[in-house]
Write a protein that binds this ligand. Structure first.
Ligand code: ACO
Length: 332
C-alpha cells in the first residue's frame, strides 16, 4: 500500500507591512485593543498587481525545490483559497501550475476558508493512498486584502496576505506517513463568517451595485466561542483515536486567527509554550495560507527536523474545521 508523506514546505510573504498604528489612522481602533484581543501587531499586504497565484507560485517553487522531486514528476496541484485570482474560473491552481511550467497536470481549487490547507492535505493523502497520484503540490494562498472592508474595524484588523505550499508524495515506509486527517463542517453556522454578496444568490440588478462589496463579514464574538469549542474537541479526538499523547507532539501548528483561541486550545491539551507555533503577531490571519506559512517559519528557523510530529488544527468560514497528525518526512 502507498502512504502519503509530507516532504517539503515553502512560503511567500509580500513585502508591504500594515501595522496596528497604520490601521488606527484608518478606523477607530488602537494598537492596544488589537494586541490585547488578537495578539496581532502587523500583517503583510500584497501589491495591487500581485495576485494570489503569484504568491502561490513563489511558495510552490520553494516547496518543489526543497522536496528534491522533479517538477515533471508533480502530477496534481490543489490550491486552497477564498481569494482566487478570478471569481469563478479559471482556478488559481491551474494558473499556478502553468506559471510553474508543470504541463497538463490535474489542478483545482477548494473553498474551505481557514481550514483549506487541512482539507487539501486530506485530499492529497486520499489520492496518494488510492494509487491515483504520486506527487501532489498543495498550496494555501490568499490575498485577503482584496476581500477586506477597510472601513470595518471588526474585520480589517485581522487579515493579511501570503502563501504557503507543500509537496506530498507516495512512500512505502509507514514511519514517514501522514498519520491521520480529520475534516468537518456545519453550514448551520454559515452566517457567522461570510462574503454575502456577488454569488449566485445575488440578482443581476444588485450585482453591479454590489461589485465592490464582496467583502468578508464576521460575527467575531460568536465565531470565537464556536472556534474554541470545536477546535478543542477536534484535536482531543484525533489524538485519542490515534493513541497519541499531547506530549508526543513536537510542533502544534494551529490556524493563526487569534492568540486567545490558540492559547485556549493549547491549554486544554496541556501543551508547553515551546510546542506551540505562533506567527499571528507578524502575519495576522492569512486564512488557508496560515498553517503552511507557520510551518515554513519553523523550517527556516531550523526547528523543524526530520521525523518530528506536527499537529495541525484549523477552523474557518463555512463553518469548517480540521486537524491532522503529520510527521515531517523530507527526502533530503
Ligand atoms: N478596535 C476597537 N474596538 C473594537 C474593534 C477594534 N478593531 N473591533 C470591535 N471593537 C469593539 C466592539 O464594537 C465591541 O464594542 P462594544 O462592547 O461597545 O459593543 C467591543 O470591541 C468588543 O467586541 P467583540 O467582537 O465582542 O470583541 P472580541 O473580544 O470577541 O474580539 C475578535 C473580536 C478579535 C474578532 C474575536 O471575536 C475573534 O478573533 N473571533 C474569531 C475569529 C475567527 O477565528 N474566525 C475564523 C477564521 S477566519 C476565516 O475563516 C476567514
Amino acid at each position: 500500500m502507498a502512504y502519503a508523506a509530507f516532504r517539503s514546505i515553502g512560503a511567500y510573504v509580500p513585502s508591504k507591512i500594515l501595522t496596528n498604528e497604520d490601521l488606527s489612522t484608518m478606523v477607530d481602533t488602537t494598537d492596544e485593543w488589537i494586541t490585547k484581543r488578537t495578539g496581532i501587531k502587523e500583517r503583510h499586504i500584497a501589491a495591487e498587481n500581485e495576485f494570489t497565484s503569484d504568491m502561490g507560485t513563489f511558495a510552490a517553487e520553494l516547496a518543489i525545490e526543497r522536496s528534491g522531486i522533479a517538477k515533471g514528476d508533480i502530477d496534481m496541484v490543489i490550491c486552497a483559497t477564498i481569494s482566487p485570482d478570478y471569481f469563478c474560473m479559471p482556478s488559481t491552481a491551474t494558473i499556478i501550475a502553468t506559471k510553474l511550467g508543470l504541463g497538463n497536470v490535474t489542478s483545482f481549487d477548494i473553498s474551505a476558508a481557514c481550514t483549506g490547507f487541512v482539507y487539501i492535505l486530506s485530499i492529497a493523502k486520499a489520492f496518494i493512498e488510492s494509487g491515483m497520484k504520486k506527487n501532489i503540490l498543495i498550496i494555501g494562498a490568499e490575498k485577503l486584502s482584496a476581500i477586506t472592508d477597510y472601513t470595518d474595524r471588526s474585520t480589517c484588523i485581522l487579515f493579511g496576505d501570503g502563501a504557503g505550499a507543500a509537496v506530498i508524495s507516495a512512500t512505502e515506509n509507514k514511519d514517514e506517513a501522514i498519520i491521520d486527517v480529520h475534516t468537518g463542517s456545519d453550514g448551520a453556522y454559515a452566517d457567522l463568517l461570510m462574503t454575502p454578496n456577488g454569488g449566485s444568490g445575488s440578482t443581476h440588478d444588485s450585482l453591479s451595485q454590489e461589485a465592490s462589496s464582496c467583502f468578508m463579514q464576521m460575527k467575531g464574538n460568536e465565531t470565537f466561542k464556536v472556534a474554541v469549542r470545536t477546535l478543542t474537541k477536534d484535536v482531543v479526538e484525533i489524538l485519542q483515536e490515534n493513541n497519541i499523547q499531547s506530549s508526543q507532539i513536537k510542533h502544534f501548528v494551529p490556524h493563526q486567527a487569534n492568540y486567545r483561541i490558540i492559547k485556549a486550545v493549547g491549554d486544554a491539551l496541556k501543551l508547553k509554550d515551546e510546542q506551540v507555533v505562533l506567527t499571528v503577531e507578524k502575519y495576522g490571519n492569512t486564512s488557508g495560507a496560515s498553517i503552511p506559512m507557520a510551518i515554513n517559519d519553523i523550517y527556516e528557523q531550523g526547528t523543524l527536523k526530520k521525523g518530528e510530529l506536527m499537529l495541525l488544527d484549523a477552523f474557518g468560514g463555512g463553518l469548517t474545521w480540521g486537524s491532522a497528525l503529520v510527521p515531517f518526512s523530507p527526502l533530503k
